[in-house]
Design a binder for this molecule. Structure first.
Ligand code: 2FM
Ligand code: ZN
Length: 676
């Protein structure tokens, strides 16, 4: 049954270039949407630039531009980069649009008139010369803890203590160097706890959230949600609050509303202006948000609560993906792995990255690693030597030896055809369940079968005695290749477009069913064949890394850190008394009254998960921990803390503050495994 879907990807800030970390999400969303359409569904794919907020306002000023000019430059760049990666939105809008302003006003009016807003005073540092309140990074002063001078208003670089700007000793404004004063301002809040019951129901609805995300949200919902401040004082780049001159909506209020505004822009250009109301007021189809795990809180609490309060449709599904790492570590500017889409494109065909990233993207929150050697190896072995090779060798054989005319599918080919049809069915379901990796694998399995038949059947030998037998064999191989191309088309649309005419077909695949047609038979003929795709080498990727390094500002000189002296020697028996286990983090949450701690629920393969308090809050946002396999000292005597019992210890390294790293194991390792 054809259904309707509205699919969104997170809105990129109009404050920086699209990089390979972003691409994980946009490629996932684009591939998913293409697959929905090939299954016969209606799928509308919208996105926009996220344009508001303090960082953009400040960077625009630094660049000598108005915020509007500044975001316009990024909009142009983003649209160009997406296009070059064949990421095709039905609408790519901006949160600074008139459509968005209207929707924000409507939502605000509904919140206000429904009695869903409260007012409260906040005391913050204010620069009397610049006439503005100062966010954390606009205040410097002496650390209240260790006395180090010249520290920002959020964290001390020296002792890593986090604090409020107003806690600094001798604070001064970064903008004017004047001494800020404390000033009170009235702000608007959404009392989120009013929606706690609604959110619980919403969270529990089947297939709304991945199980690991649901656990996480449930943990947040166990405690009263804090009121959410939705206003900011002028000057601010954003929408002014209608009946509050000088107050603006906080960027995270208007950003997701951009999903609706972008739907409206699509609806108007498609000539069906009512479609926006159909999706967002009447329930025309499923609303699916694809996001990274760093913005779960916004999408599972603030956003559905806001929509619910405003009487609009709430999302049907939030699909969360893991973050991109390169060779197992976070992307880094100095390592040259914080690669912009445009830098990549100067060196390699986007198809390689589409292939690799989709082949690594599944339905879990596990981080996605771009291992450089693996990238080169898999592109060459799977895309070039398997799929493209099947097409090239079979097409070139048919065209050069057999006049390009297809033969027949003999009766004994039935099992192979059934096998391919089964892979197509499986692949289609895999796409629908966001298991893109599985779907790509299903396509490659069909190609592997084709290559094996070609190799075993050796048409170049058969040709002399029985050219029709050779023709029929190659015909089977090309029908299998076509099935594989159809299956992989959502991930690699440009490959499919290139290859379809070579097979004698028009334009591009539009339905998965076509892959199961097996109708490339006489008297049809193949088209002219051409190079499909070339092998790559490590050198090309290294050039991308070098080009990226050249863009990065020089790294500050690292101060030598003395290595701590070793503890006294112990024997193996003493060591083996420590029972080290692999534990999987099921949930993580902050602890009221403890600025350094996170409360973790860790699965050690036992009947029930353990509660462990870990002093890693300064380094890890709780949501980044879900699903990680960590190293746990499992036979430590449980410790009663003020906040509860801590039943073990997770092990980590680093000097403190943001620089703490948990010891981790890959996802394949089973929780509870002993570490020797
Ligand atoms: O985290 C980000 O990059 C935000 N710009 C995402 C916004 S998504 C949506 F809610 F607007
Ligand atoms: Zn300090």
């Amino acid at each position: 049954m054809p259904e309707s879907y509205l699919v969104t990807a997170g809105l990129p800030y109009a404050n920086g270039s699209i990089h390979i970390g972003h691409l994980v999400e946009y490629l996932m969303a684009d591939t998913y949407v293409r697959a929905l359409r090939m299954s016969g569904h209606e799928a509308v794919f919208v996105c926009a630039d996220d344009t508001h907020g303090t960082p953009i306002e400040i960077n625009a000023r630094k660049a000598g531009k108005t915020p509007q000019e500044f975001v316009a430059l990024y909009a142009e760049e983003h649209i160009r980069d997406f296009h070059r990666f064949s990421i095709e939105f039905d609408s790519f809008s901006s949160t600074n649009s008139e459509e968005n302003r209207r929707w924000v006003h409507e939502i605000y009016a509904r919140l206000r008139d429904g009695g869903h807003l409260i007012e409260r005073d906040l005391e913050q540092l204010y620069d009397t010369e610049a006439k503005r309140f100062l966010p954390d990074r606009f205040v410097k002063g002496t650390c209240p803890k260790c006395g180090t001078e010249d520290q920002y208003g959020d964290v001390c670089e020296s002792c890593k203590t986090t604090y409020e700007p107003k806690d600094l000793i001798n604070p001064r404004s970064v903008l004017t160097d004047s001494t800020p004063v404390l000033k009170t301002s009235t702000h608007l809040f959404v009392p989120l706890k009013t929606y706690q019951d609604f959110l619980r129901d919403w969270t529990h609805t089947e297939s709304r959230l991945q199980p690991e995300v649901r656990k996480f949200v449930e943990a947040w919902l166990q405690e009263d949600l804090k009121d959410w401040c939705i206003s900011r004082d002028a000057p601010y780049f954003g929408f002014e609050i209608p009946d509050r001159p000088g107050k603006f909506f906080y960027v995270w209020l208007d950003a997701p509303v951009g999903y609706i505004a972008s739907t409206e822009q699509w609806a108007k250009t498609a000539g069906t202006p009512k479609a926006v109301d159909q999706f967002w007021r009447e329930g025309r189809g499923k609303i699916i948000h694809i996001i990274g795990k760093d913005i779960i809180y916004f999408h599972t609490l603030f956003w559905p609560a806001t929509l619910h309060a405003a009487g609009l449709r709430v999302p049907d599904r939030i699909q969360v993906h893991g973050m991109l790492t390169v060779d197992g570590v976070k992307m880094s500017k100095t390592r040259g792995t914080f690669i912009n889409a445009s830098t990549y494109l100067e060196h390699l065909d986007p198809m390689y990255l589409r292939f690799f990233l989709t082949s690594k993207t599944g339905a879990s929150l596990t981080d996605i690693d771009l291992g450089v050697d693996e990238f080169v190896h898999r592109v060459n072995a799977e895309l070039v030597n398997n799929l493209a090779n099947l097409l090239s060798r079979s097409l070139s054989f048919l065209n050069t030896k057999l006049d390009g005319i297809y033969g027949h599918l003999e009766a004994d080919t039935e099992p192979y055809i059934l096998q391919a049809k089964e892979a197509l069915r499986l692949g289609e379901a895999q796409y629908a369940g966001f298991d893109l990796s599985g779907a790509v694998r299903s396509a490659l399995d069909i190609a592997t079968l084709g290559n094996k038949l070609f190799q075993d059947g050796a048409p170049w030998k058969v040709l002399k005695e029985d050219p029709e037998k050779a023709r029929n064999l190659v015909t089977l191989c090309l029908n299998l290749a076509r099935a594989a191309v159809v299956m992989i088309a959502p991930a690699l649309p440009t490959l499919a477009e290139k290859v379809y005419p070579m097979l004698g077909l028009s334009l591009r695949p539009t339905r998965f069913e076509e892959g199961a047609a097996f109708d490339l038979v006489a008297p049809r003929r193949a088209g002219a064949h051409d190079r499909i795709i070339d092998r790559i080498t490590r050198k090309e990727f290294d050039q991308i890394v070098e080009a990226t390094k050249a863009l990065a500002p020089p790294a500050p000189e690292a101060s030598p850190s003395p290595v701590e002296p070793l503890a006294p020697e112990i024997d193996i028996e003493t060591f083996s008394k420590v029972d080290l286990r692999v534990g999987r983090v099921l949930s993580a949450s902050t602890v009221e009254g403890a600025t350094k701690l996170l409360r973790l629920e860790v699965d050690l393969g036992e009947d029930k998960p353990r509660q462990i308090f870990a002093g890693i809050r300064s380094a890890y946002p709780p949501e980044a921990l879900i699903g990680k396999n960590v190293l746990v000292a499992a036979n430590l005597k449980p410790r009663q803390m003020k906040f509860g019992l801590s039943e073990g210890m997770v092990l980590a390294a680093g000097p403190g503050g943001k620089d703490i790293w948990l010891a981790e194991f890959p996802e394949e390792v089973t929780p509870g495994n002993r570490v020797h």
